[in-house]
Design a protein around this ligand. Structure first.
Ligand code: SAM
Length: 282
């Protein structure tokens, strides 16, 4: 095929290419563009249990494929952020072609400066050092319960809540509520109100602790924290109760509340409970 446009067109294209490269060189990319393969995109969104109510953020969104799939296949909304203006243009074009530009947008910004607080799901395919640089923001800026999925790279000693190995490693974390500290839990029993002082230690989603009551100390058995959902068991062997108490509840800042199941079989009862954070000095 003949070269249409001759040497002048070749020169024009070379100048355009160099101008685009120079424009890109002004950005300090923390990660090169390598797109996540589609089977892995699917697995990331499946693992995060993305649905129509979600607002997904892809940090370093590349060609936009993760968000576009989240909108097309799961009805989610979201925003992608990438430093590269060419990637943003490509993503907006793909979103338009695939009829999801109402649901997803792409912004040319530095992911480290981007406000992530509104996400219900965060997706990342970055690098180990970049994940670690982001970790405290994921823990502190995201709402408890937000799901974070990462392709290939983990968050070191913040263990994932789930891991998949479909083609590549995919990790899922659920941002844990902050429960470290002391709490006063009250339980309204038919015989009167019962009170426990809960002392909880926390490392990411891993918790343990004890309960003080009637000058006794009991462990918190089977402690589990998943986002805002907390479970533990107190074996109350005081004459007052003599029962395993299966606590289950939701944490909202300085209050936890939910239901205790006590007794088994025909003795099984559900009782509401509520705990308030005790200020540190007390
Ligand atoms: C490995 S690619 C992942 C693309 C997409 N998330 C995916 O999984 O298919 C990483 C992307 O991060 C972008 N990037 C690198 N440093 C960035 C920064 N500081 N802020 C925003 N985006 C950045 C790159 O331009 C690239 O598109």
């Amino acid at each position: 095929m003949a070269w249409r446009g001759g040497p002048a067109r070749g020169f024009f294209l070379a100048v355009m290419f160099l101008a685009a490269s120079a424009a890109r060189a002004q950005f300090n990319f923390d990660v090169p563009f390598v797109p996540t393969p589609y089977p892995v995109v699917e697995e990331m969104l499946r693992l995060a249990n993305v649905g129509p109510a979600d607002f997904v953020m892809d940090l370093g969104s590349g060609d936009g494929r993760i968000l576009i799939a989240a909108a097309r296949k799961f009805g989610a909304r979201g925003v992608g952020v990438d430093l590269d203006p060419d990637r943003i243009e490509e993503s907006n074009y793909s979103a338009q072609i695939q009829n999801v530009s109402e649901r997803v947008t792409f912004e040319q910004q530095d992911l480290f400066k981007f406000d992530i607080s509104q996400a219900s799901v965060v997706t990342m395919y970055l690098l180990p050092s970049v994940n670690m640089k982001l970790r405290s923001r994921l823990l502190n800026d995201l709402k408890p319960g937000t799901r974070v999925v990462s392709h290939d790279f983990d968050l070191e000693d913040w263990q994932p809540d789930q891991k998949s190995t479909v083609r590549k490693n995919v990790f899922l974390w659920i941002v844990p509520a902050k429960v470290e500290g002391h709490w006063r839990a009250t339980v309204a029993l038919p015989a009167g109100e019962r009170s426990y002082r809960l002392e909880i230690r926390q490392k990411f989603q891993e918790i343990d602790g004890l309960a003080r009551y009637d000058k006794k100390v009991a462990g918190l058995w089977n402690p589990k924290l998943s986002g805002t959902h907390i479970n533990f068991v107190i074996v109350d062997d005081s004459g007052f109760l003599e029962s395993n108490l299966y606590f289950e509840g939701e944490v909202a800042a300085d209050v936890m509340e939910g239901t205790i199941v006590r007794g088994i079989g025909s003795d099984r009862r559900s009782i509401p409970w509520r705990a308030a954070r005790i200020p540190q000095a007390q």
